[in-house]
Design a protein around this ligand. Structure first.
Ligand SMILES: Nc1ncnc2c1ncn2[C@@H]1O[C@H](COP(=O)(O)OP(=O)(O)OP(=O)(O)O)[C@@H](O)[C@H]1O
Ligand SMILES: [Mg+2]
Length: 491
C-alpha cells in the first residue's frame, strides 16, 4: 500500500492554477524526486501534503487516513514532516536539548518515553545527521550547513515516517553540500522521502521514482533514467548539455572600473574581511569564489554600501565611494542582485520592474522576452512568487536599472538546470554588450564558464587570483579552497 497518496489535487491562487489535478503516490521506503521548472507548483504541492495549505480540490492520504486540511503539528504526530520552512531551532539550547524537545513535542502526552529511551533516541539521531560531536554545544554555534543537518534531525526525532525535503542542498557549497547529500543518502531505508531538488545529479542518483511537474501538471513520471531522457523533460527542464567553454585568454588590458584596496569589514567587533584588494576592469566578468561563510556576501554588501567598511578604500573609476550610502552608489550605476531573493518590496512584479527602471538597452519588454514567466506573473505580488521566480525578478530588477557595474550574489541559487544555463547565457550577453559584472557564485562550472578573471576568498582574505584557465591548471586549489574537484563542482 502507498504511504502517501495525492489524488487529483488542484490549487488555485486567484487567477492562477498552480496545481491542476495532480496525482502521485509513494510506497513505504520509496525515494521520490519531484522536479520541474521554477514555478511549476512543487513547493505548493509540499505545502498541501504537509497541511500548511488546503487544496482547492482533491485529497491527500497518509496510509489509509485522509489528511488534507490537517494542521502540520497534528501531521507531525502522525509521522509526516517537512523541513526547511521556518527553522524551529532554539539557538540558545544545545543540540541534544533541541532534539529532546522535538521528540517530546511529537509524542504529546500519550506515548511517554523513559529518560533512557529518550536519551538513546537523541543520540541515535545525532549520529544519523553527523552531529554527535556537537551534542552539548548551543545550536547558535553551528555553521549554516550544520543547522540544516540539525533541522533534518528534528524531523527524525519525531519518529517521522514520511519526510518532505524542499531543496535541501540550496545555499550550501563545497563540503557542506557534500555532507548534506551524504546524510540524505544514508537516511533510514524504511523512511519515505519526497525530495524537491534542482541538483539533478543528486536527485536522480538518489531517487527510485521521479515525478515531473510543469505548469501545475504532471508532465512525466517513472524511473530516473527514463524520465530524464524524455524529450519533453529535456525541453522544459534539463536543457541542452552544458557547453561551458572556459575562456582561455589572459586578462584583458582594460581600464579599471572598480578598485578595492585593503577593505576591512565585519559585524560587531569581529572582522570578516581582513584587508581585501581586488579590481574589476571595464567590460569584464570577475568571479568571486569561496565556500559558505568565507565573506563573499559581506564583500558584496560592503561594495553596495549596505555595510560600513572598517578600513580600506573603494573607488569607482576615479571617484572614491568607500562611505557612500547605497542609493548614491545606485545613482552612480552600481546595481545588486541580492542572495536568497531578499529585498523584494510588497509590490506587484511589474511595479518592482517599473520602479527599478532607468534608461538604457535593458527594457522591461526585453526582460519579459528573457523570462516569459515574469510577464505571466506581472500582476501578482512579488512576495508570492516561487523561489526561482523571485530569483529571476531579482536579476531582472538589476538589469532594468541599466547599471555600469552589476554585483551578483549567487544568482543561480534555486533555479532549474535550464534556467542556470540561461543565467550563464545572460551573463555572457551582458559581457558582450560591454557591461561589467562581479559575480559571487558557488556553482563553479557556471562561474568558470563565464568569468574572465577569478578571485578565491578564504576566511576573509583573497588566497588566489587568476584566469579560469590558470585555476583549472591547478585543480588542487579548487579542492583546497572550495572543497570540490572540477568534476564534482555541481555537488
Ligand atoms: N500564496 C501564493 N499566492 C499567489 N501565487 C502563489 C502563491 N504561492 C505560490 N504561488 C504561485 O504558484 C506557482 C507555483 O509556485 P511554487 O512555489 O509551488 O513553485 P515551485 O515549483 O516550487 O518553483 P521553484 O522551483 O521556483 O521553487 C508560482 O507561479 C507562484 O508564483
Ligand atoms: Mg519551490
Amino acid at each position: 500500500m502507498s504511504e502517501v497518496r495525492v489524488e487529483q489535487v488542484s490549487k488555485r491562487f486567484g487567477g492562477l492554477l498552480a496545481l491542476n489535478r495532480v496525482s502521485l503516490e509513494a510506497r513505504s521506503g520509496e525515494r521520490r524526486a519531484i522536479i520541474g521548472p521554477n514555478g511549476a507548483g512543487k513547493t505548493t504541492l509540499f505545502r498541501i501534503i504537509s497541511g500548511e495549505m488546503s487544496p482547492t480540490e482533491g485529497q491527500v492520504y497518509l496510509g489509509s487516513k485522509r489528511i488534507d486540511g490537517t494542521p502540520p503539528e497534528h501531521l507531525a504526530r502522525s509521522g509526516l514532516a517537512r523541513t526547511f520552512q521556518h527553522s524551529s531551532i532554539f539557538p540558545e539550547l544545545s543540540l541534544a536539548e533541541n532534539l529532546t524537545l522535538s521528540a517530546l513535542a511529537a509524542r504529546g502526552q500519550t506515548h511517554r518515553l523513559s529518560r533512557m529511551q529518550l536519551e538513546k533516541k537523541v543520540f541515535e539521531v545525532l549520529a544519523q545527521v553527523g552531529l554527535e560531536d556537537k551534542a552539548h554545544q548551543p545550536a547558535a554555534d553551528l555553521s549554516h550547513g550544520e543547522k540544516r543537518q540539525l533541522e533534518i534531525g528534528l524531523a527524525l526525532a519525531q519518529n517521522t515516517r514520511v519526510l518532505l525535503l524542499d531543496e535541501p542542498l540550496a545555499g550550501l557549497a563545497g563540503a557542506e553540500r557534500r555532507h548534506m547529500a551524504e546524510l540524505i543518502a544514508r537516511l533510514p531505508q524504511q523512511l519515505t522521502l519526497l525530495l524537491i531538488e534542482h541538483n539533478l545529479d543528486f536527485a536522480l542518483g538518489l531517487a527510485h521514482q521521479v515525478s515531473v511537474l510543469h505548469y501545475g501538471e504532471l508532465l512525466a513520471e517513472g524511473q530516473p533514467d527514463a524520465v530524464v531522457k524524455d524529450p519533453k523533460v529535456q525541453e522544459v527542464y534539463v536543457g541542452q548539455a552544458a557547453s561551458a567553454q572556459i575562456n582561455p585568454k589572459d586578462r584583458p588590458q582594460k581600464p579599471v572600473l572598480l578598485r578595492v584596496k585593503g577593505l576591512k569589514a565585519g559585524y560587531g567587533g569581529a572582522l570578516v574581511l581582513e584587508g581585501v584588494d581586488l579590481e574589476v576592469r571595464q567590460g569584464e566578468v570577475v568571479a568571486l569564489l569561496g565556500r559558505n561563510g568565507m565573506g563573499k556576501t559581506t564583500l558584496i554588501h560592503t561594495l553596495m554600501g549596505l555595510m560600513h567598511p572598517m578600513g580600506g578604500e573603494v573607488r569607482l573609476e576615479q571617484q572614491e565611494i568607500t562611505s557612500l550610502p547605497p542609493q548614491s552608489r545606485a545613482a552612480l550605476g552600481i546595481s545588486l542582485v541580492p542572495q536568497g531573493r531578499r529585498m523584494l518590496s510588497e509590490l506587484l512584479v511589474e511595479e518592482e520592474l517599473i520602479l527599478a527602471q532607468r534608461p538604457g538597452p535593458w527594457s522591461i519588454e526585453k526582460i519579459y522576452q528573457l523570462f516569459p514567466r515574469l510577464e505571466e506573473r506581472g500582476r501578482f505580488y512579488s512576495t508570492s512568487l516561487s523561489g526561482g521566480e523571485q530569483q529571476m525578478l531579482a536579476l531582472s530588477r538589476a538589469l532594468v536599472a541599466n547599471p555600469r557595474l552589476v554585483l551578483m550574489d549567487e544568482p543561480s541559487e534555486g533555479l532549474s538546470p535550464l534556467m542556470v544555463k540561461h543565467v550563464g547565457e545572460i551573463i555572457h550577453e551582458l559581457r558582450q554588450s560591454g557591461e561589467t559584472i562581479l559575480l559571487a557564485e558557488q556553482n563553479v562550472d557556471l562561474a568558470l564558464g563565464v568569468a574572465d578573471y577569478v578571485y578565491i576568498l578564504e576566511h576573509g582574505q583573497l588566497v588566489f587570483e587568476g584566469t579560469p584557465g590558470q585555476i583549472l591548471q591547478q585543480r588542487h586549489r579548487l579542492q583546497e579552497y572550495l572543497g570540490v574537484g572540477k568534476e564534482e563542482a555541481r555537488l
